[in-house]
Design a binder for this molecule. Structure first.
Ligand SMILES: [Zn+2]
Length: 366
């Protein structure tokens, strides 16, 4: 996608304030962007998740790309309860390497500055008093610049990269499919309330709205783990902290990257969990791709709240990867993935036949 165009979409989406359950600003803006695409139709389920579908020609959709519209933030407390519930459940998002606080608040952080609000999302309690906040009616966010681009280092900074980057990637995918007049079909799904335990995604998975043989691909931003590095391409995830993803779908993504000439990395990113796990648990085949993220959930190594950031080149590569996947004909049969790998192993079996025969005598009667 054209550099300037991508930056302008990023800027406009990043400018939307958001919080768990308060995704309406993002939703409204996404709807206005999606309106421009003649082959994209949009439905909203009764929970408020957006289900967009690209359809050019009669092809059947095999892939659904999903991103969430919320981000950890302060929201008005609708329950009136003031107790803090420090989450020890398995769905909280721990911050990698941070030993400062074991309390990874998931629901219920309170601050004497705003007694009628609660902090929703996985952020260690020690960070909460360190950030200034700005109010947007019923919710409040960290008072950070919505969007900045550091051209020299190709870095995009935002008060929310997770997961507006994923939302932008889906818009960019549709834009590219329109521009390239790609035949076929795919879905783009924008969910609500991921940060409190995939609430929107679970609702959607349980609703039975998604076609049965659809594969869900979570587009996320994640902390680097293991050997993967920012700037070396998006990560095709083999799993997250809670589950392993669909082997065939993951192989298809890696094959699409190879055919499309897109630099990707492959890893288990188990610093957090994503909607692919939720979809898998509720019967939808799923895998995921992540752009590596700095200052995950605004938690800087300094112990203070700061902007999240990503390398723009990685975002571009994520878009190129999903465009390549759809361009390759919406196939999800392992033709380029698992079948190719099996053919390679079959060949090896054949190639080493002479060695097997040469040692057959020593194994006789054994
Ligand atoms: Zn996320």
């Amino acid at each position: 996608m054209h550099h300037g165009k991508l930056l302008s979409i990023l800027r406009s989406v990043f400018n939307c304030p958001t919080a768990p359950f308060h995704e309406y600003h993002v939703r409204d803006h996404l709807l206005s962007l999606l309106e421009e695409f003649p082959h994209v139709s949009v439905e909203e389920d009764d929970f408020g998740n957006l289900i967009a579908r690209y359809q050019r020609g009669s092809g059947k959709a095999r892939w659904a790309f999903g991103a969430h519209m919320d981000h950890p933030a302060w929201v008005k407390n609708p329950t009136g309860k003031t107790c803090i519930r420090a989450s020890s459940d398995r769905l909280g998002h721990p911050v990698g390497g941070n030993k400062r606080s074991k309390k990874n608040l998931h629901d219920g952080g309170v601050d004497p500055r705003f007694p009628d609000m609660r902090f929703l999302g996985g952020v260690p309690a020690s960070y909460l008093p360190t950030g200034k906040v700005v109010h947007f009616g019923e919710f409040a966010m960290w008072d950070l610049p919505a969007f900045e681009y550091d051209r020299d280092n190709d870095l995009v900074y935002g008060r929310v990269c997770d997961d507006l980057v994923g939302c932008v990637a889906i818009v960019a995918l549709f834009s590219e499919l329109e521009r390239l007049e790609v035949p076929g079909s795919c879905y783009g799904i924008f969910t609500r309330a991921e940060e409190v335990g995939f609430v929107g995604a679970v609702h959607l998975a349980k609703s039975g709205r998604l076609p049965e043989d659809l594969c869900f691909i979570s587009l996320e931003t994640s902390s680097p783990r293991g050997t993967v590095e920012m700037g070396k391409g998006p990560v095709v995830r083999v799993g997250d902290r809670l589950s392993v993803f669909d082997d065939e779908a993951t192989a298809q993504l890696l094959a699409a990257a190879e055919i499309g000439g897109v630099e990707v990395q492959r890893a288990l990113l188990d610093g957090g969990a994503c909607e692919a796990t939720a979809m898998n648990l509720f019967g939808v085949t799923a895998t995921g791709i992540s752009v590596l993220l700095g200052n995950y959930h605004n938690c800087a190594p300094s112990g203070r709240i700061d902007s999240e950031y990503v390398v723009l080149k990685d975002v571009k590569a994520m878009i190129a990867l999903i465009v390549s996947l759809i361009e390759q004909g919406n196939q999800r049969g392992g033709m380029k993935g698992r079948k190719a790998a099996r053919a390679c192993l079959e060949k090896r079996l054949k190639d080493y036949g002479p060695y097997v025969r040469a040692t057959a005598r020593q194994f006789e009667g054994g």
